[in-house]
Design a protein around this ligand. Structure first.
Ligand SMILES: [Zn+2]
Length: 226
């Protein structure tokens, strides 16, 4: 009753289509949940996400919930998550995906969830790390602990895009670093990102984690480009 009354004056809108949310819907409407295309990459191996890393870095698994498209509902959802101060969008999608991944028994395969970190300047400006929000949702429904301080981004990536793959690889330690205080030996890590396009960020993080002694690295993302 009270929530109906409140939404009469403060209508709540879906982050995917901007349509008014009806009762029991929250953040993303039922229609958008249905319409945003999923990859089902967790059901096949090798899949198109894993293929991006083939011959570059050894990952145990890689999967993404949604197919990344530059237009449409998902793009609007991701835009709200990244630029419109809607961190809860990430938590919600993480919880949903975690539930879909239940049959994979990931808690038997992994010890910790680690989001791709933001540079501290960017984190301060945005107020939150969208990948960490998604990771928290995953952590909640998968029941695997999250570690937000294990991996650090020590340099902005702006200039990185102009470099070749070999140059990027040589620069890995300048970009992602494993915290010296952490013991990583024998730890099986799920690395979490928002969108995977070329895969170079994940590649750099995974190399840093494996180089610091992680036993294995798997990857989960909100979306990946085909
Ligand atoms: Zn919608």
């Amino acid at each position: 009753m009270l929530s109906d009354f409140i939404s009469l004056f403060f209508p709540r809108y879906c982050v995917g289509c901007h349509g008014a949310l009806v009762r029991k819907e929250s953040i993303i409407c039922i229609n958008c949940q249905y319409e945003i295309p999923k990859t089902n990459s967790h059901l096949e191996s090798p899949n198109f996400v894993e293929n991006k890393f083939f011959g570059k870095v050894n990952l145990t698994k890689a999967m993404a919930y949604y197919k990344f498209e530059r237009k449409g509902r998902l793009q609007r959802v991701l835009h709200q998550l990244k630029y419109s101060n809607r961190p809860e969008v990430g938590n919600l999608i993480g919880e949903w995906y975690g539930r879909e991944l239940e049959d994979l028994e990931l808690p038997n395969l992994y010890d910790v969830i680690v989001p791709v970190p933001l540079h501290k300047t960017k984190l301060r400006r945005r107020g939150y790390n969208q990948s960490a929000q998604f990771a928290e949702g995953l952590s909640k429904s998968l029941n695997i602990p999250i570690d937000l301080s294990l991996l650090k981004r020590t340099k902005k990536t702006a200039t990185q895009t102009k470099k070749t793959r070999v140059e990027r690889w040589q620069n890995v330690e300048e970009i992602f670093k494993v915290s010296k205080k952490k013991k990583l030996t024998d730890l099986r890590v799920i690395l979490v990102d928002d969108v995977i396009t070329t895969g170079s960020t994940i590649e750099s993080c995974a190399i840093a984690l494996l180089g610091a002694g992680a036993a294995s690295v798997g990857v989960i993302a909100i979306a990946a480009a085909k």
